[in-house]
Design a protein around this ligand. Structure first.
Ligand SMILES: Cc1ncc(C[n+]2csc(CCOP(=O)(O)OP(=O)(O)O)c2C)c(N)n1
Length: 319
């Protein structure tokens, strides 16, 4: 089914929001105004929004350190994400966790853990619970290309395949695992080929094309709902920043980044929207203003929020 005008604009809004949030975060990090690390997904907006927007209420996602943007269409509020970065009590971990390890179970967002891709087996487990209870719910797990070389990644796919579980395994192939390029990670060109080893559908998609990602994820989610079966999607894209804020990213040739800049997912989507008769500068302006205000409110909220009381630092912390 073709997305409606409202859905097309929603996806555009979330891509703008994700980009603007990260731009502000990067500036705050460089100014020394937030503690902790930042892991940016700039350039991967279409992969996040096209996929997460294909889910329904009740579905769950299992994101990694870089995947904050996938949380936006699932209802995560930018105020609370910003508060998390400031280490304030109004963040999801109430100021007790590393900035990018956030989530909200009430919204079906599993809190990110460090070990990659530990949440692949967990997503398979959630899907098993949905199937066991007869619930019409789907789990979607994110990870990067590097994480697909880990044993638990393969165990999760195999288990989900033999048990026919309603789960979508979504791999964001951004060419590098930290500084390790694809060719040093694996002998295959397409990670989606690995699906055949488990007897499940696998598909490679242009990760900078939000509509292509959305269509592929809708099909995988539909397969999960109707056949109760898993699928693998590989979104090919490029991370336009270093692994984390401290990383100068000098292991990637400048020419390669310039090439990818031309394929910027937001610019590409704007070109597509501009070709539709109802999209114009006014529509763009309204969204840009809305996003700007939301980011400003998020920073104000985070800065005005208190730090945790030192007497309570271990409350709710498992160690
Ligand atoms: C099991 C494990 N080994 C190493 C790390 C350290 N580490 C964190 S992110 C990262 C690179 C991951 O690359 P990829 O899976 O391609 O995701 P990306 O960061 O590119 O989004 C590494 C090695 C980790 N978190 N977990």
């Amino acid at each position: 089914m073709e997305p409606t005008k409202e859905q097309l604009m929603d996806m555009y809004y979330y891509m703008l929001l994700g980009r603007a949030f990260e731009e502000r975060l990067e500036a705050l990090y460089r100014q020394g105004r937030i503690p902790g690390a930042i892991y940016l997904g700039r350039g991967q907006e279409a992969s996040y929004i096209g996929s997460a927007y294909a889910l329904k209420t009740g579905d769950v996602i299992a994101p990694t350190h870089r995947d904050m943007m996938a949380m936006l269409p699932r209802g995560m509020d930018v105020k609370s994400i910003m508060a998390q970065h400031y280490g304030k009590v109004t963040g999801p971990t109430r100021g007790r966790g590393e900035a990018d390890y956030l989530g909200d179970l009430s919204k079906g967002i599993f809190t990110t853990v460090s070990m990659l891709p530990d949440f692949y087996p967990v997503a398979a487990g959630a899907a098993l619970a949905f199937k066991y209870r007869g619930e019409d719910r789907v789990a979607l797990a994110y990870c990067g290309d590097g994480a697909t070389s880990r044993g638990d990644w393969h165990e999760a796919l195999n288990l989900a395949a033999v048990m026919n579980l309603p789960v979508v395994f979504f791999v964001i192939n951004n060419k590098y695992a930290y500084s390790t390029p694809n060719e040093n990670e694996m002998k295959i060109a397409d990670i989606a080929d690995r699906a055949a080893g488990y007897g499940i559908p696998g598909r490679t998609v242009d990760g900078n094309d939000v509509l292509a990602v959305h269509e592929a994820t809708l099909a995988a989610v539909d397969n999960a709902r109707t056949e109760r079966g898993p699928s693998l999607i590989e979104a090919k894209t490029m991370r336009m920043r270093g692994h984390a804020g401290h990383d100068p990213y000098d292991y990637v040739p400048k020419a390669s980044l310039e090439e990818w800049e031309k394929k910027d997912p937001i610019k590409r989507y704007e070109e597509y929207l501009t070709g539709l008769d109802w999209f114009n500068d006014d529509e763009r302006e309204v969204l840009a203003t809305r996003v700007g205000n939301e980011i400003k409110d998020a920073v104000d909220f985070a800065e005005a929020s208190p730090l945790p009381d030192p007497s309570e630092v271990t409350t709710g912390v498992y160690h």
